[in-house]
Design a protein around this ligand. Structure first.
Ligand code: SF4
Length: 387
């Protein structure tokens, strides 16, 4: 893939029949108490967080709920999922957090059932927070990249202090708690995959998800001139083999989705497959965003110029990149259209496709990793079938 020819970007055509948005990431805090070394939110092209309010106002939350409720009613959705996100969402404090929940719920009203979730670094979690989560039935997902030494190296605060001890406190509180929904791990290919995976598994999470760092062809994750290199596949393959041997009862979403798609099924991860994406981000000031990790791609890639005050949710379907995310496989790069793994991969996660000359009509910068990993999974399935 490193020698892929350069094409002129093609115009993006809106999807004929947009798919209703069923999942919303609502950013309630624009700041974070950590400054993770790989963070796309604060250290990539986008510095707009500096000029945004530090947290969502109650009125913006109500308007957000109002727009979500109207969209749910118009699209005949019985249920919507609302993930409270940031920055670090718990930075707003429990009182404001509760006020924001009430405002969103009042806005949606009885037009849809809301499944609330929160994605946190866990450092502020305590018993009071957990009571609030339980009262509101909020699923709590924690970002955890592995044992404390990794958190101390990569997930540091603004003074450079590590977060390993604080994270362990949070995981002790959450493990076995009914609101614990899972662990999200950004892969560090220099780490020991078995040590990381077994550490995550030791907290008995209901789900583990591994994320590829948000890199692009403009800022590749590793030296692509070495045609043999696929460090993320190598890392994930070791986890997969250990998972299958020792703890297949803990779902690992990335693997399960690849396996399901290989068998002809569909999935929910927007980073795999060709299904139109049904997820939208609302920032602290009420602005709709294309997808927040596009901040790792080119400047302004995430900007829609639309917001909850002036625009219905449906207005985002006119936006170029949301149209691309809604178009499924119809606007993939040529290599992806003819790829034998198109069904499983679907061209990869949109931000990872960004190429300075080809725009988003390019295979994922992780193409060779996805191929190597998927081939390994296929070999595993063939061996299982033979047995
Ligand atoms: S593996 Fe994925 S990114 Fe690579 S060519 Fe196939 S569909 Fe495209």
């Amino acid at each position: 893939m490193s020698n892929a020819p350069i094409f002129r970007p093609l115009p993006i055509v809106p999807a004929r029949v947009p798919v209703a948005i069923e999942s919303f990431i609502v950013k309630v805090a624009a700041r974070c108490n950590l400054a993770c070394t790989y963070c796309y939110e604060f250290f990539a092209h986008d510095q707009s967080w500096r000029s945004r309010p530090p947290h969502m106002s109650v009125e913006t939350a109500r308007q957000t709920g109002e727009r979500i409720g109207a969209h749910a009613a118009a699209s005949h959705l019985g249920q919507v999922s609302i993930m409270l996100h940031g920055g670090e969402p718990l930075l707003v404090g429990p009182r404001r957090f509760k006020a924001l929940l009430e405002a969103i719920k009042a806005g949606v009203a009885d037009r849809a059932e809301i499944l609330f979730g929160v994605q946190t670094n866990g450092l502020l979690l305590n018993e009071d927070w957990l009571q609030l989560m339980e009262l509101w039935q909020i699923d709590v997902g924690v970002s955890c990249d592995g044992p404390p030494e990794i958190a101390d190296r990569l997930r540091v605060d603004h003074s450079g202090r590590g977060s390993g001890a604080g994270l362990e406190r949070a995981l002790s509180l959450l493990s076995g708690h009914p609101q614990f929904s899972g662990l999200l791990c950004v892969i560090d290919p220099h780490s020991d995959p078995i040590a990381v995976w077994r550490y995550l598994a030791s907290w008995a999470p209901p789900l583990v998800d591994f994320l590829l760092p948000h890199k692009t062809w403009a800022a590749p994750p590793y030296d692509l001139s070495d045609d043999e290199a696929a460090p993320y596949a190598d890392w994930l393959i070791r986890v997969f083999d250990d998972w299958m041997l020792h703890a297949p009862q803990i779902p690992i979403r990335y693997f399960e989705e690849l396996l399901t798609r290989s068998l002809g099924g569909s999935g929910s991860l927007e980073s795999l497959g060709e299904e139109p994406v049904n997820l939208l981000v609302v920032n602290v000031d009420g602005e709709y965003e294309g997808v927040d990790s596009l901040k790792a791609a080119r400047p302004g890639a995430w900007v829609t110029g639309l917001n909850v005050v002036e625009h219905e949710v449906q207005a985002v379907f006119e936006n170029e990149l949301i149209a691309l995310r809604q178009s499924g496989g119809t606007q993939l790069a040529e290599e992806c259209r003819s790829c034998r793994l198109r069904r499983e991969c679907g061209g990869g996660y949109l931000p990872h496709r960004y190429h300075p000359e080809r725009g988003f009509r390019s295979p994922s910068v992780y193409c060779r990793d996805i191929m190597k990993l998927t081939d390994h999974l296929h070999s595993f399935m063939r061996a299982q079938a033979a047995e």
